[in-house]
Structure formats: C-alpha cells, structure tokens
Design a protein around this ligand. Structure first.
Ligand SMILES: *[C@@H]1O[C@H](CO)[C@@H](O)[C@H](O)[C@H]1NC(C)=O
Ligand SMILES: *[C@@H]1O[C@H](CO)[C@@H](O)[C@H](O)[C@H]1NC(C)=O
Ligand SMILES: *[C@@H]1O[C@H](CO)[C@@H](O)[C@H](O)[C@H]1NC(C)=O
Ligand SMILES: *[C@@H]1O[C@H](CO)[C@@H](O)[C@H](O)[C@H]1NC(C)=O
Ligand SMILES: *[C@@H]1O[C@H](CO)[C@@H](O)[C@H](O)[C@H]1NC(C)=O
Ligand SMILES: *[C@@H]1O[C@H](CO)[C@@H](O)[C@H](O)[C@H]1NC(C)=O
Length: 471
C-alpha cells in the first residue's frame, strides 16, 4: 500500500478527540450499510491486537455492528416466501425495483392473484420509483446484511484473537453465516444470478444485468475471508475454505459466460465499476491475484476513462434520477477498485490514475460542491462520508478541506466510524508509532475538536442510509 501522505489534520483531530475521552468511554455509531468497500486485510490484520486507544470508538462500533448484524442471521435464499420461475428453492431471486405492473389491458384484473399479476401484466419502468413489493423476495437485503456480518465479525475476531489462531464467537459467526448461505446442502444458494433483478410480466421471468449489483457485498466478504485466513483463525478451516473457493470458481464462470454477467462487465456506468469490485474480490477469494490485478487495472485503463469529466463530474451518473446518490455510489466503486488493486499489486497507482485529467479525488471534490437537497436527496447526504474518509486517507488533507467538510455538514462522530480503521495510514505501521507529536496548538484542529461531542451522550447527525437496494 502506498499513500501520498502519512499525516493529515484528520489525525490531529482523531488524536485530540480521543485524548480527551475518558479511558473507558466506548462511543458507538448507529449502523449504516456502506454501499461497497474492501477494507485492506493487511491493514486490519497488521494492526490486530495493537490498536491505540484513539481507535476505541471505531473499534467499539465495529463490535456493535458485528453483533447487530449477527442478530439477524443466518440468511439463506431458501428462506424466502416465493420461488424463482425455475421452482428451485436454491435459486437467488430479486425483482427489478423500478418496474410496475400495468394491468389496464388485461381482462379479469379483479380476480388476478398476485402470482398472475407477476406473470400476466406487462411491466413498465418508472426510474427511481421503487415498487414496494420487491422486498417480498428479500434475498438482496439478506445478502447485504450477510456481507456486513461477515466483514464486521471477521474484524471483531481480530480484536479478540489478534494475529493468533484462537477461536472466537465472532469468527464462529462468520463460518456459520457463510456455511448457511453458500455451502450447506439444505440452505445453499446455487452459484448463479439467473433471477436477479428479474423482470416480471410476459417476456420477463428472467434476471437482468442490473441484478449483478445485488452481490456487490462480495467485496466485503472477500475482505472478511482474507482477514480470517491471514490471522490463521482456527474457525476458518481448510475444509470450509476449499468449499467456498469451489463455489466462487463456479460463480466466476457464470459471471463470465452468462448474458447478464457479460452485459454488466461492459456497462459504462456504476454497473461496470461495481462489477469489477465484485469480480476482483472473487478472484482474491480463489487466490487468483493476477486475475484481480488484471480486472481492476483493466477498469482504470478502460471504463474509468469514460466516467469522468475534467471538472470531476460523472455525466453517466449525473443524468440519473438520483444524481447525488449515483455519483457517490460510483465513487464508492472507484475507491473499492483502487483498494483492491493496491492490495493485489502494491506497486500500482490507481489513486493517481487520471481520466480527462481528473482523479478519484477530483470526482469527490466536485461532489462536495453540489447540494443533495437541490435534487431532493437530503436523506442520502450521509453516503458521501466514507468516500470523504477514503479520499482524505489516500491523498492527504493538508488544508483541512475534508475535516472541514465533516465539521461543516455536522458529522461530529466521524472518528468513531468503522471506516477509520482502514481509511488511514496509521494501522499500516502496525500501530501509531509513526504519528508525530500532536501540535495541539494547531488552531484549526483545536477548534474542530472542541466542536466534537463524544462519550455516552453524543449526538449523531448521521442520517441512516436507505436500505432499498439501489440499482
Ligand atoms: C397500460 O396499458 C394500456 C393498455 O394496454 C396502455 O394503453 C397504456 O399505454 C399502458 N400505460 C403505460 C404507462 O404504459
Ligand atoms: C376471465 O374470466 C373468465 C371466467 O373465469 C374466463 O373464462 C376468461 O378466460 C378470463 N379471461 C382472461 C383474459 O383471463
Ligand atoms: C438487515 O439489517 C437491518 C439493520 O439492522 C435490519 O433492519 C433488517 O431487518 C435486516 N434484514 C435482514 C433480512 O437481515
Ligand atoms: C444444514 O442446515 C440444516 C438446517 O439449518 C442443519 O440442520 C444441518 O445440520 C446443516 N447441515 C450441515 C451438513 O451442516
Ligand atoms: C469547525 O467548525 C467550527 C465552527 O463550528 C469552526 O470554528 C472551525 O474552524 C471548524 N474547523 C475546521 C477544521 O473546519
Ligand atoms: C504495536 O504498535 C507499536 C506502536 O504503537 C509498535 O512499536 C509495535 O511494533 C507494534 N507491535 C506489533 C506486534 O505490531
């Protein structure tokens, strides 16, 4: 991992903040689902058991989120109340979220059962308007939660076991959840997305390329698995590892040969970006590091080049009905691909790769100048925060631009977010010995810290991210 700077005002802030917290204060933030991410396993395992007290808040939040997610599991595609058109209980299914039935021209509509509506009425697209019945087959939400459960439980396991091999309730959670979703004879998912974001109505009844996004959580799952492997966790046995690798290899074949997979891989917008996030993550699970490099480097040389304007705007996302959300979503995919590439090839330079002269930082800076309420998206304003943290960590924050953004937009508890465990360089050093003496006289840092409230009574202004499952 190569980062341009080792020290930014965010770390001043972090230090001053936590230095003022009583030793036993354990702030935790409310759960949010980061759109897509790949916490670097070397960073997590490298700092395992050796985190300074300044990360207490983020660490406590990881444990809280691990436990909250675990409380919803295990998950399985076999638990949903409706079957895919194949009638195979092991097939994943989700319904295209913006598709609505038009039964106007269909006779006998008062006696149509739900199942008849799903098959007989033509479906029409209303971009941005989610049909609420899509949560009936809830496999997509289950997979999102599974992904977060695997990631946060794997990280939490390292807090208990360090780099050692001891068993832990958290790593046992990971094993149970992966076994139930992917491997168990009774509850496993078939390794395909033939019915993901399925179109209904006549001419439908099959999945679409947009549904590939449903499994973007594989980037988090890969991170969790690599963390357990690297920390030699005894609960992650060679048996479950081999079975999971076999599952992923079959699914990789499906992604490469199915019409949906092929179409998603060449989509020019966020679908193409985040296809790569998923695909490269799968390549890491099956230990094809060269494949992960080729996929992510291919993205930065290819699709990425068509996604940015010189001012950092993303025209393919800006034209959607929720431009604030989609710009953020695609930046999260860019960040994930950069992290995957940096992990797979530490000599790579994704953060400084330009498209029309712009970088990931330029894209974020542009977004920071736009107002989510101008497009009616104030409720998704918080989606930018993990992206701000990632850019601040990768490019530095010498002028306090990013710290200032947290400050100005009221996210006062940012340092207690899990992302701070991997969106910084300190953990890379295995601790914090590389941190210079804190210039507490730095006026900007002091005033920023003075505004922060932490401890059991702190108020969080973070808006809980929508869980609708965007496409
Ligand atoms: C709904 O179906 C009717 C009858 O087939 C058709 O005339 C109408 O244009 C359709 N509405 C939309 C919005 O497509
Ligand atoms: C409408 O219902 C009647 C009586 O059940 C049936 O004979 C007819 O085929 C139905 N028409 C359609 C279009 O479903
Ligand atoms: C996923 O997690 C969220 C947040 O805790 C929860 O509200 C939701 O019920 C969970 N859904 C599933 C299917 O686990
Ligand atoms: C698979 O899951 C079922 C239901 O949860 C459980 O009873 C069974 O023991 C599991 N099978 C294996 C081989 O773990
Ligand atoms: C944070 O906000 C306060 C006002 O609430 C301001 O005085 C301070 O300069 C800000 N700090 C940064 C780093 O933007
Ligand atoms: C733990 O962190 C300290 C600095 O805080 C460092 O000197 C030490 O080498 C680290 N130990 C391990 C085992 O990584």
């Amino acid at each position: 991992m190569v980062f341009p700077t080792l020290y930014t005002p965010i770390f001043h802030l972090l230090f001053i903040l936590l230095a003022t917290v009583p030793p036993h204060a354990r702030a935790t933030n409310p759960f949010v689902q980061y759109a897509v991410d790949f916490p670097d396993p070397d960073v997590i395992v490298g700092s395992a058991g050796n985190l300074s007290s300044r990360y207490n808040g983020a660490e406590a939040t990881v444990v809280a989120w691990a436990e909250e997610m675990a409380s919803h599991g295990p998950w399985s595609v076999t638990f949903k109340p409706v079957l895919a058109p194949s009638n195979d209980i092991h097939d994943y299914m989700s319904w295209a979220p913006y598709q609505w039935p038009n039964c106007t021209g269909v006779g006998n509509k008062t006696i149509l059962t739900d199942e008849q509506v799903w098959k007989i009425c033509p479906y029409i697209n209303k971009d941005g308007q989610v049909n609420p019945d899509r949560t009936l087959p809830n496999d997509f939400q289950s997979f999102f939660n599974l992904s977060d459960a695997v990631l946060y439980n794997a990280i939490a396991a390292t807090f208990q076991t360090g780099k050692g091999s001891k068993s832990s309730v958290y790593s046992r959670n990971v094993v149970k959840f992966i076994d139930t979703w992917f491997l168990n004879d009774t509850t496993h998912m078939n390794p395909n997305l033939n019915y993901a974001q399925m179109d209904r109505g006549p001419g439908g009844q099959q999945g679409s390329y947009t549904g590939i996004l449903d499994l973007r959580g594989f980037a988090k799952i890969a991170s969790g698995i690599l963390i357990l492997r690297k920390s030699a966790n005894v609960d992650w046995t060679s048996d479950i590892d081999a079975k999971m690798v076999a599952w992923c290899n079959t699914y990789i074949d499906w992604l490469q040969t199915s019409p949906s997979g092929k179409q998603a891989s060449t989509a020019k917008n966020n679908h193409g970006t985040i296809f790569v996030s998923q695909f490269a993550a799968l390549k890491l699970i099956v230990s094809d590091v060269a494949g992960a490099v080729s996929s992510t480097q291919g993205y930065f040389n290819g699709l990425y080049q068509g996604q940015l304007q010189s001012n950092g705007d993303q025209p393919l996302e800006a034209s959607r009905t929720h431009p604030w959300h989609y710009r953020n979503f695609n930046i999260a995919g860019m960040v994930t691909n950069a992290r995957l590439l940096n992990y797979a090839d530490p000599s790579s330079k994704p953060w400084s790769t330009t498209a029309q002269g712009a970088t990931i930082q330029t894209a974020l800076n542009f977004l920071m100048t736009t107002d989510p309420s101008a497009t009616g998206e104030a409720n998704t304003a918080a989606e930018i925060y993990p992206n701000v943290a990632a850019v601040a960590a990768a490019y530095g924050d010498p002028a306090g631009k990013y710290v200032g953004y947290f400050n100005r937009t009221g996210f006062e508890a940012y340092v207690d977010e899990p992302t701070f465990l991997w969106a910084h360089t300190l953990a890379l050093a295995g601790g914090d010995s590389s941190v210079p003496a804190q210039p507490v006289s730095n006026p900007a840092a002091v005033s920023a810290a003075g505004k922060l409230r932490v401890g059991s009574n702190f108020v969080v202004s973070l808006v809980t991210l929508s869980l609708v499952g965007w496409i």
